[in-house]
Design a protein around this ligand. Structure first.
Ligand code: ACO
Length: 329
């Protein structure tokens, strides 16, 4: 069977309990609540003090399965997006699969930084369209606190932790996606792990392999304000609709100013943009999935609404998915 679109059977999210307010950053950084709110729109983020990434993903997945009324055994494929996984291997997807007892699934991670959830939605829809796979559990789980340089005020204040998930099946509603990569070889945003010394020689080269995030904020800002409108327009064009036909846009929550600038460029009123950045900061690939779940649970997005999810991040990756929201309920 050849599906045209996606049905979102259920969604869920998990956020760690610890709340790091702007005031707390004032205690160890030369910064202020006023600067952070004005330049980013952020007021708080959640920090996973002890909870690993796979655990956050598992909790979000359990909520999504519950919401969907689907058992772990019904899942055929688990796609997990993360750039902050606890293990190099096995994948977070396999770890979560084991915890859930999703014994009939195959599982893998997708690394596309903050555009990860959009990349995964595109991939999910393609798998479903083949008919080989009937039900997909998509998870986005991130602990940016593990890679944040808390001595760098330009990036320390941006990042938070959390996870979101969705249970997906094929559907007959509108769906189109447009994905892009504009490789900058990590020049403007990267997180490189140190290489170890080997008994054969070689070793850790001098460089920036700190295991922490480096970002040229101004350059990423310029990229993001161009990439977001471009991706939304491209996905709408492929869907055969105008940007004005969208009911809601769920953007990656990187910076409120980026979101507002993109909305202005697209001529979309802010009431149509779903935003929760003030509460959770930038949770990389998890941000869109958390915001999707919140918007659905608040009853903001309803069946039949045309929604657009748009992300951008390290790579540089960017992309958008346009779809008609169908819950299958
Ligand atoms: N508190 C106080 N002052 C600060 C802080 C801070 N936390 N951070 C920077 N400043 C200072 C700078 O030192 C600079 O001072 P100077 O003029 O004396 O040199 C001044 O504020 C302005 O700095 P800018 O970097 O120009 O500030 P900007 O307004 O661009 O905001 C920010 C910085 C928030 C990082 C912004 O550039 C941004 O949002 N960039 C995009 C980030 C993003 O979207 N990332 C997504 C990808 S993340 C991923 O893929 C994992």
């Amino acid at each position: 069977m050849n599906f045209l679109g996606l049905t979102i059977l259920g969604t869920g999210h998990y956020l760690p309990e610890y709340i790091a307010s702007n005031r707390e950053y004032e205690t160890f950084l030369d910064t202020s609540d006023e600067w952070i709110v004005t330049r980013t729109g952020m007021r708080e983020r959640r920090i996973a003090l002890d909870t690993p990434v796979w655990k956050m993903g598992e909790m979000a997945a359990r909520k999504a399965l519950d919401d969907a009324g689907v058992s772990p055994e019904e899942i055929d494929l688990i796609l997990c997006t993360t750039v902050t996984g606890d293990f190099r291997y096995p994948s977070a997807a396999c770890l979560i699969q084991g915890q859930l007892g999703a014994k009939n699934a195959f599982a893998m991670d997708i690394a596309a930084a903050c555009a990860g959830s959009v990349y995964a939605l595109d991939m999910a829809r393609r798998y479903l369209a083949t008919g080989d796979v009937k039900t997909i559990l998509q998870i986005s789980a991130e602990a940016l606190s593990q890679t944040t340089d808390y001595t760098d005020r330009g990036t320390a204040i941006l990042f938070g932790d959390g996870a979101g998930a969705a249970v997906l099946r094929g559907g007959d509603g509108l769906f189109a996606s447009a994905l892009f990569s504009a490789p900058d070889c990590g020049q403007n945003i990267h997180c490189a792990f140190p290489r170890r010394s080997l008994p054969f020689g070689g070793g850790t080269p001098a460089g920036e392999e700190t295991g922490l995030t480096y970002m040229n904020g101004r350059e990423v800002y310029k990229f993001a304000t161009r990439a977001m409108p471009a991706a939304v327009q491209a996905a709408c064009q492929r869907a055969g609709i105008g940007v004005e036909d969208l009911d809601y846009i769920i953007p990656h929550q990187a910076n409120l100013r980026i979101i507002e600038t993109a909305a202005k460029a697209l001529k979309v009123p802010l009431e149509k943009i779903c935003v929760n950045i003030q509460k959770y900061g930038n949770t990389s690939s998890a941000s869109i999935m958390i915001c999707l779940d919140e918007s659905l649970r608040e009853g903001r997005i309803k069946a039949g609404d045309r929604i657009c999810m748009v992300g951008f991040g390290a790579g540089l990756t960017y992309g958008a998915v346009v779809m008609e929201y169908q819950s299958g309920k």
